[in-house]
Structures are given as structure tokens and as C-alpha cells.
Design a binder for this molecule. Structure first.
Ligand code: ARG
Length: 464
């Protein structure tokens, strides 16, 4: 059995079952590079502050680098009895360097060490996620730009409501994902705080220089309160909340693609390479990618709930419960990145069906509001026009026609204000292009939104 760094006061060996139960190495080994980097910075700081000698620091740094190599080459031995990645690396250092290795942990505890590792990991991953979202947003804008000639029904209550540009609908998702980018960027500020030097919970008696460690590890600031620092997992909760909101957006666009690719809608064709068939029904082509993304949303929400529950009611400061933070965090990071990546691949390959979308705008009385607005333009109050058009819709329904199929004589029965020019007003393209209010669906307005989006994206690109 390996010697444990903390077993001085113990007279009995740890139960094997307990070792397996408390071990987190299978999960936290992915932090190894951050653990080594953090330890190297800690050594350098210790030497600079005169707590260990320069020679000792140099030896430790060399030893740590050798361990990094061993792990990267896959020759490093992992063992449940050593609990976590921090103890594995320290124990190996002791094997390789002997007594000097024992100096590494001066003025440090695993409590501030693990906080450091997770923060370093998460700031890197947050940057990766933000960059991926930026790429995704660009794909959406490109798609919107190249489909400005397509109109479709816009829906409320999943009932056809008013015609919109497909590009306008797509740009709605751009807005959501852009807010996600901003949210992750903001979250990064609270991740990017250096915890080392808080030690177990109360700080340390050694004359450490936390600012120097922060500088070496590229942190813009050090944490303030040692007790808060070792027990704070807000930055994880916040990341998971951002990830959950982002997954809501993915789930919504996925639901739309599932609907739109059905024969009931028939608005889009998902490429074969992104679909699967059925083992029994030869005709089937299923939208698996959007379905799975929609399904994976549950995992990410679950991870947020798990972490909120772990943290709720914990007394200050560190508690072992917090070791349970890594599995949900890693799973959320992996899931979110996988979803963004697959969408980046899939979006440009969607084939939208212009004719079917247009046809769908011509049935279901999507131009009723425009008829009412027309009457308002002739001096009628909107409420009166609304009632009158309601009657016209009821009449058209009873004859199995659309408003634009009614003859001028039939329309005039509802109001003498209606003239021949009404047919242009009731045309789909016209309905779309008259909605020039800021943020509306008119082609000119959507083009402006696209230009604005391109500007925002290039600004964000420079910032990450
Ligand atoms: N593996 C532990 C975790 O992830 C590291 C900190 C352990 N600290 C302790 N006092 N046992 O939280």
C-alpha cells in the first residue's frame, strides 16, 4: 500500500472499500496538466519568497515536468489508494526526488489546490465554448444571408400567425446564441480569480506572495477571503447555468428542425449524413442529431441541479461533498461542446424548401392582420377593423377559401373601404416587406440585423 501524505495520525490502514468509495482519480485525472502548472508556479513563488531555496525549487520544477511527461506518454501509474490527482502527482514526486518533494506542499492545502485546478480548467474550457459559439453564430448569420429570398409562416401557439423571412427566424437564434457568448464571457470574470494561498481555510503563516503566483498563472486577480475561496463553487454553478440556458436554445432550434423536417411541415431536408433510418420501416429518415441535442439538454440541466444540491446547506469552509463537483462539470462541458460542434457541421448542410414554406404562408389566414391594418389606413379604428376582419375570416372559412381568394365584391360586403389594391396588400412578400419597424421581418430590416450581427461578431472575436 502506498504511503498517504495525511496518514501520520492513523493507526489503521484505510478500508479498501472506503478507498474505492472516496477516490476521485478516475474523474479528476483530467486536471493533471493544470495541477502540474499550478504546482510549478507555487514552487517558484515559494523560492522567491525565500520559503524554499532556488535550488530546491529548480529540482521540484524539473521533477514536476518529468511527471507531466509520464502522464502524457501514458506510462504514469494510477492507483485508487492515492485518492485524487493532487496526491498522485505529489506521491510520484516523492518517489522520484525523495525528501525535497515534501517541500512542495508548504503553505498550500489540497483545498486551495483543487480550487485552482478547476478554475484553470474551466477558464480554458469557457474560452473554447465561447469560440465555438462564435463559430456557430457565424454559421447562422451566413445561413440567414444566403436565404433572404425565402418566406415562411411565423407561428404563435404553433399556429400559423404572420409570414416572416426564414432569415428573420434564423436570426432570432443568432440573438440567443450571441447572448450566450456574452454570458460565458461575463462568467469568465468570476472564474478567473486565483485561489492559491488560502491554504486549508484560514490562510497561512508563511510569507507567501499570492500576487506573484497569480502573475505566473496569468490570473488578473487573487481571491479575497480564504474561507470563501476554498468553499466557493459559484463559478461552477454559474457556468452550469450559462450552459443550461445555452442548451435551452439548442433544444428549441432542435425541436424546430424536428418539426420542419417532418412530412407535416416539409420545410427542411436534413442531410442523409446527419440522419439515420429505422431497422423496421424502410421509408424512415429520422432527424437524430436535433433529437439527441434536444435530449442531451436533460443531462446539462441535471448537472446544474446536482451541483446546486451539493452546495446547498454546506457549512463553511471546505467539505468533501464538493469533490462531487467535477463529474457534473466535466459532463456539461463535454456535452455542450459536442452539441455546438455538431450544429456547426450540420447547419450549413440543411436544405430549406422554398416552395413548401411559401405555400404554407398562403393558407391559414396569415394576412388577416394586414387586412385590418389596411382598413385602419383608410381611417377605421383598429378594434372595429379587427371585428370586421374576423367576420370576413369566418365567411371565408365557410366557403373554404382564403381572404385573398375572395372576390372584390365579396370583400366589399364587409367594408366599402376595401379597394382593388387590397390584393397587393395581402400578398406574402408585401406583408413581410411592410414590417419595417425596428427588429421587424422586412428584408431591409433583416439585412440591417445581419450587418449589425457581423459587426458584433468581429468585435467579440477580437476579445476572445
Ligand atoms: N479530491 C478533493 C476534491 O476534489 C481534493 C480536496 C481534498 N481535500 C480534503 N481536505 N480532503 O475536493
Amino acid at each position: 500500500m502506498s504511503q498517504k501524505p495525511w496518514d501520520g495520525r492513523f493507526s489503521e490502514k484505510t478500508d479498501k472499500g472506503v478507498e474505492a468509495f472516496t477516490s476521485s482519480i478516475d474523474v479528476d485525472k483530467r486536471l493533471y496538466a493544470y495541477d502540474v502548472e499550478g504546482s510549478i508556479a507555487h514552487c517558484r513563488m515559494l523560492a522567491r519568497a525565500g520559503i524554499i531555496s532556488e535550488a530546491e525549487s529548480a529540482e521540484l520544477v524539473k521533477g514536476l515536468r518529468a511527471i507531466l511527461k509520464e502522464i502524457e506518454q501514458g506510462v504514469f501509474q494510477f492507483d485508487d489508494s492515492l485518492e485524487d490527482i493532487h496526491m498522485h502527482i505529489e506521491a510520484r514526486l516523492a518517489q522520484n526526488l525523495g525528501r525535497v518533494a515534501q517541500k512542495l506542499h508548504t503553505a498550500r492545502s489540497r483545498n486551495d489546490q483543487v480550487a485552482l485546478d478547476v478554475r484553470m480548467y474551466l477558464r480554458d474550457e469557457t474560452t473554447v465554448v465561447t469560440r465555438l459559439l462564435l463559430q456557430l453564430s457565424k454559421e447562422i448569420v451566413t445561413l440567414a444571408k444566403s436565404h433572404l429570398d425565402m418566406v415562411m409562416p411565423g407561428y404563435t401557439h404553433l399556429q400559423r400567425a404572420q409570414p416572416v423571412l426564414l432569415s428573420h427566424h434564423l436570426m432570432a437564434y443568432y440573438e440567443m446564441f450571441f447572448r450566450d457568448i456574452e454570458r460565458f464571457q461575463d462568467c469568465l470574470k468570476r472564474i478567473n480569480v486565483m485561489p492559491l494561498g488560502s491554504a486549508a481555510l484560514a490562510g497561512t503563516t508563511y510569507p507567501i506572495d499570492r500576487e506573484y503566483t497569480a502573475k505566473l498563472l496569468n490570473f488578473p486577480m487573487v481571491s479575497v477571503n480564504s474561507m470563501d475561496t476554498v468553499s466557493d463553487r459559484d463559478f461552477i454553478l454559474e457556468f452550469l447555468a450559462c450552459a443550461s440556458i445555452c442548451m435551452v436554445h439548442f433544444s428549441r432550434i432542435s425541436e424546430e428542425l424536428v418539426l420542419w423536417s417532418s412530412s407535416e411541415f416539409g420545410f427542411v431536408e436534413i442531410p442523409d449524413a446527419f440522419s439515420t433510418g429505422s431497422s423496421i420501416m424502410p421509408q424512415k429518415k429520422n432527424p437524430d442529431v436535433p433529437e439527441l441535442v434536444r435530449g442531451k439538454t436533460g443531462r446539462v440541466f441535471g448537472n446544474l441541479m446536482a451541483m446546486l444540491t451539493v452546495m446547498k446547506g454546506l457549512p463553511l469552509a471546505y467539505n468533501r461533498d464538493m469533490q462531487e463537483d467535477k463529474a457534473p462539470l466535466f459532463d456539461a462541458v463535454d456535452t455542450l461542446k459536442a452539441c455546438i460542434r455538431i450544429y456547426i457541421e450540420m447547419l450549413p448542410r440543411l436544405r430549406f424548401k422554398k416552395e413548401a414554406m411559401f405555400r404554407a404562408t398562403r393558407t391559414g389566414y396569415l394576412n388577416a392582420t394586414d387586412l385590418a391594418d389596411y382598413l385602419v389606413g383608410q381611417g377605421m379604428s383598429f378594434r372595429q377593423a379587427h371585428g370586421l376582419v374576423g367576420k370576413a375570416v369566418a365567411y371565408a372559412l365557410s366557403t373554404g377559401k382564403e381572404l385573398h381568394d375572395l372576390s372584390l365584391a365579396e370583400l366589399k360586403n364587409f367594408s366599402s373601404l376595401i379597394k382593388k389594391d387590397i390584393y397587393q396588400i395581402l400578398a406574402t412578400e408585401r406583408m413581410v416587406d411592410r414590417r419595417t419597424s425596428a427588429g421587424g421581418t422586412a428584408t431591409v430590416t433583416v439585412k440591417k440585423a445581419i450587418i449589425r450581427a457581423e459587426k458584433h461578431l468581429s468585435r467579440v472575436k477580437d476579445a476572445i
